[in-house]
Design a protein around this ligand. Structure first.
Ligand code: SF4
Length: 392
């Protein structure tokens, strides 16, 4: 347990992030923690790098909506301070708290208070002697050995309330390190690609590493380490877990067509507007924005609701059934309005409020109009094929 959040075993996989404020700035840090929790963070980590940060934690912990983990590097005394502050978990980096007596002192204090510790091995700050043993290289074996050495110190004082991470900025390296680690321990594993960088590249790297391991059944809690607003980390983590079916949907899952020659609207802009309009609203629905009424309602027929453009109008559909027609500039507002109705009252009740036959007739009218205007081949694929054939 990290505070009241279970980690490991059959517990849902949790999303973590880290504040980027000075922890001594209590109000600023709490504001960010609340925003992270609202975006779906289950656990939040704050740095505890100086005495003022530890004092800040003493005020933050009782007011935080989620359990707080103190991030400790170099100074074991800050770990003891953080325990006094009442944190739900410590994160220690074995590469930079080196003295066994310090490690064991922190572990026994954590043991007495029932507070777990994450052993946070980091490829970039691996123990010097272990690194040398492996030819001055960071290898999966070296990272696992660092974690096991720390575990052995904990064992000496009868402490095993741990989770472990072996993060690296190289995706293949972290994948292999976690695979090897999962073979030698049953402790819960915290997954991450460290210093993944700014989105979109950082998102891709972190997803490649974390998703690969989750798909193999490895991992109990995750953090996207992005060079970006920590809110983006939480959103990415939630999205990944929801996409893999590992967590229930919390907010809207917005899907949209990629747009093509048939599009009757600027699909990118409308999808972005819809994303902003839904924001953090807790509407656990899949919502579609589709560029044309010719193919949109059919292609997004599995979505809970969606809207497709045609003839300057928006055609609302609910579970693939045409439900209403609205002016094009009301498409986004209509989606939000009906998403709220569906979330509150359900699909059947929403459909009972509309004239589906009329909506279907209007949609068919605009569909035919578009087909007449654009023909069956709005993307000109047939013309291109003709061109090729002429050449041969
Ligand atoms: S055919 Fe219509 S729904 Fe499909 S990609 Fe093109 S605009 Fe979007």
């Amino acid at each position: 347990m990290v505070g009241n959040v279970p980690v490991g075993g059959d517990a849902p996989i949790t999303v973590q992030s880290m504040t980027d404020t000075k922890t001594a700035d209590v109000e600023g840090t709490l504001k960010q923690i609340y925003a992270l929790a609202a975006a779906g963070a289950d656990i939040v980590r704050c740095t505890c790098n100086e005495p003022e940060a530890a004092e800040g934690l003493a005020q933050i912990v009782p007011r935080s909506p989620v359990p707080i983990v103190a991030d400790i590097h170099h100074q074991y005394k800050r770990a003891l301070d953080a325990l006094d502050a009442g944190v739900a978990c410590l994160r220690l980096n074995p590469g930079n708290i080196r003295k066994p007596e310090h490690i064991k002192l922190v572990a026994s204090e954590a043991r007495d208070r029932g507070v777990p510790i994450r052993i946070g091995v980091n490829g970039g700050s691996l123990d010097k002697d272990i690194r040398e043993k492996y030819g001055d290289k960071v290898t999966p074996e070296a990272m696992v050995e660092s974690a096991l050495r720390e575990l052995a110190y904990f064992d000496e004082v009868g402490f095993d309330n741990v989770k472990i991470s072996v993060k690296a900025s190289s995706v293949p390296l972290m994948i292999e390190a976690y695979r090897q680690l999962s073979e030698v321990t049953d402790a819960p594993l915290h997954l991450g690609v460290t210093e993944a960088g700014p989105p979109p590249n950082g998102l891709v790297k972190a997803t490649a590493g974390i998703a690969t391991l989750l798909a193999e059944g490895i991992g109990d809690t995750i953090r996207y380490s992005l060079t970006s607003d920590p809110i983006d980390e939480v959103r990415a983590g939630r999205q990944l877990l929801e996409s893999l079916g590992l967590r229930e949907r919390k907010n809207v899952d917005l899907i949209a067509c990629p747009s093509c020659g048939r599009a009757e609207i600027d699909v990118y802009a409308v999808a972005q507007q819809a994303l902003e309009a839904f924001g953090e609203r807790e509407l656990p629905l899949q919502v579609a924005v589709m560029g044309c009424v010719v193919n949109g309602p059919g292609e997004a027929g599995d979505a809970d609701l969606g809207i497709a453009a045609g003839n300057k109008r928006g055609h609302l559909f609910i579970k693939g059934v045409n439900a209403a027609v609205v002016p094009e500039d009301e498409m986004v507002d209509t989606l939000v309005e009906w998403a709220t109705i569906i979330a509150d009252e359900g699909i059947d009740a929403a459909l009972a409020k509309v004239d589906v036959d009329k909506a279907a007739r209007e949609a068919e009218k605009d569909r035919q109009l578009l087909l007449q205007e654009q023909g069956d081949d709005a993307n000109h694929a047939g013309a291109r094929v003709e061109l090729m054939r002429k050449r041969t």
